[in-house]
Each structure stands twice: as structure tokens, then as C-alpha cells.
Ligand binder design. Sequence first.
Ligand code: EPU
Length: 420
Amino acid sequence: MDKLQITGGKRLNGDIPISGAKNAALPILCAGLLTAGDLVLSNVPRLHDVRTMLKLLAQTGLKVSQGEGKDSENVTLNGAAIGSLEAPYELVKTMRASILVLGPMLARFGEAKVSLPGGCAIGSRPVDQHIKGLRAMGAEITIEGGYIHAKCPRLQGARILTDMITVTGTENLLMAATLAQGETILENAAREPEVTDLANMLVAMGAKIEGIGTDRLVIQGVDALHGTEHAVISDRIEAATFLCAVAATGGDIRITRTRTDIFDVALDKLREMGLNLSVEGDAIRARMDGRPRPVSFRTTEYPGFPTDMQAQFMAVNIVADGPSRVTETIFENRFMHVQEMNRLGAQISIEGNTAFMRGADRLVGAPVMATDLRASASLVIAGLAAEGTTLVDRIYHLDRGYDRMEDKLSAVGADIVRIK
Ligand code: EPU
């Protein structure tokens, strides 16, 4: 199993290009199931989760053509010859986002059999709202042998109000509704920029969607969608991760190929931490001197503070010059980085869903274990800020969602190497 060896205490200086967003690319790839035309995609990030999704889609009969090397960010999909309507347990268990094939498959082919995703390190993460929405559209759904089996010759438009805001739930129902008969209204829809990116692409494919970017999506179903070209939106979580890194280490970096309009409260919080941010075209320059100031926040849905940035901000808070508190409201078990950070000398205690931090004067490197994707990223940041050597184990979590993170960091002066 690969590990990352980090020798901390180096300031970061230089440019870091941001890749396409994982959480936009995954639903966008599944939209390839909605049409017999070519979906010509660019800025698809080079990630383990993307490879898993392509493997899953290829075994349904979706034709996948991918460039090589740098061109592997260009992927063309063709869904003219889908032969299998099943997403098997072996693949779904490794990636929960596999549930995103359910809506499009059912909508276009009238049937889908998708393994129920199992438990997950960060929380129980049920998919009851995906099922509730598809049932409201007329699908007959049974759960047997660990599989969701859905059937419906033609989905019917419906008004769907989900019990909570769900990102992949909104995406699944949105894709299904594009090919349903009549009007579907998705109330309480997720507004994340990744949902908007998917919706914009669906419109380019011939879908009729109103209210994009709001919590009420109105979809008029059409008989068929056609192919299109689309560039995946830039990854705001990856961008914020590097901004947190420079907030913790000090330095002067520019994150390029990004957009400021897709950020949430994260940029304000980074400024509050003392990061000097300026926008230069599609780049954000970030300068940091001295110790960061602590920030407190609670995670909520977009445009609130994202749960996917919680751990990385905590990695800055633990070296800040004062106390802070962070409340996690989206997932019930997303503080697994806390014990690992404490091994580096952080002073964090947890009460319920709130973590209390006292900023430490110094962290000292140690071996730590990554437990999930964003926790891994936070341990890398803590390692960059710590004195001495930190060894981050189980970085396969990191590879699921960050495109060559260690290369991007070493290019700006970090001392970080992958040990095979
Ligand atoms: N929920 C239910 N029932 C459902 C759906 C969701 O109870 O049917 C609950 C979840 O258990 C959770 C809350 O609703 O407590 C919100 O979950 P959501 O469905 O929004 O999460 P998701 O769609 O499974 C996506 C991202 C996650 C990100 C969350 C929240 C993708 C592929 N994944 O997950 O990304 O944390 O939204 O923003 O888009 C990551 O990138 O590290 C990651 C975990």
C-alpha cells in the first residue's frame, strides 16, 4: 500500500493547476447512459473514482474512448449499444456514487438493477430518497438480495419533495426526469455547483430544465437526448484544499484553472484566517505570512460551508493562534481525522458533532492513518505544517479524489514523496 512521506515546515510558492471536479465528473459520466449520441467530455479528472465509474459504465456496454497521458482528461462516451442494465456489488461497494447509474438507466431502458451501496466510513448514507423519488415517478422498485431492482416502461413526471437536501439524490432524479413523460418538479433540490454543471450539460443534450442553480428544478421530459461536448467544472474542493495548505505553511501560491463564482463561504473563511486572496483571471493568488487566525463554522449544504472542506480547515485551525470550534451537520462520523491529528500534537476534543480546537504552537511529525478522502487531505496539510517527518498511510483514499496531489505540492516546494 502506498504511503506519503512529508517533511514539513516548507513554505509553498508557485502555481498549482486545478483539475475537473470529481463530484461533477461522476454524475456527468453517468449521463452518457441517457443518449445514443456521443458525449465528448474534457477536463475529466484523473482519479481512481473516475476509473471505477468508467469500468462500471463500460461493462453495461457504454463505449468509452479515452486519450492517453495528458489527453486522458478527454473522454468520449457512446451509449448506442447498452447491453447490461446492472451495476454489480463488486464495483458499487467500492464507490457509492455508482448509485448514479440508477436514474438514467431506468429512464432510458425501463429497467435497472443496482447493488445497494453498503456502509461508509463517514456515515450511514442511505439512498432512500433516490428510491422515494423514482417511486413517485411510477417506478416499481423491489430490494432483494442486496440489489435495488427498478422497473417502469416510461417514467411519469411528478412533484418530488425530498426529506433532506441530497446531492446525488437530486442528480439521479434530475437525470431520470429528463426522459420522463410530462413535468417533474424537484423541490428542496441541492444547489451545489456540481449539480448545476450536470444540469447545464443536460440542457446542451436537449433536456428542458428550469430553475438551474435554485432549490426548485422544473423539468419537462423529452423523448430522447442527443450528444454534446462539455468541459467538467473546476474542482472547488481541490482548490480550497491547496488554499488551506498555504494557510497552514505560509507562502505565495496561485491556483490556476479555477473560478471564484463557484466558491461558497470557504473563501471568506480563508480571508478570516489571514490569507491574502486576489483574483487574477481564472487564477486565485493566495499569500500567507505568520500564524493563521482560528475560524469557527458549521457545515451545511451549498452555499453554506461544505462538509467536504471541514477536515482541511481543521488542519489549519490546529496550528492557529487561538481556539475554534467546528460543527459537522451533514455526516454523523466525519471526525476520524481528529485522533490522527492529535498524534501530531494537535489539541482537539469532540463533544457530539462539535470539535473544539486549541491552536498548538507546533506540530511534530508522526505516522498517521488516512481513513477517508477528505481526512487524508487534512493529514497531508497537517504534515506540511508539522516539524519533522509525517508518514500518511492508506493514501488510496486520497487517490480516489485528488489528481496527483503530491506532484502538485512538490512543484510548489513541498517536501513530499510517495513511497510504494
Ligand atoms: N441522505 C439520506 N437519504 C438519501 C440521501 C441522503 O438520508 O437518500 C442523507 C445522507 O446520509 C447525508 C445527507 O443526506 O446525511 C446528505 O447526503 P448527500 O446525499 O447530499 O450526499 P451524497 O450525494 O451521497 C455528495 C458528495 C459527497 C459530499 C456530499 C455532501 C458526490 C459523488 N459525493 O454525496 O462527497 O460529501 O454530497 O455535500 O457528489 C467527497 O467528495 O469526499 C464526498 C464524500
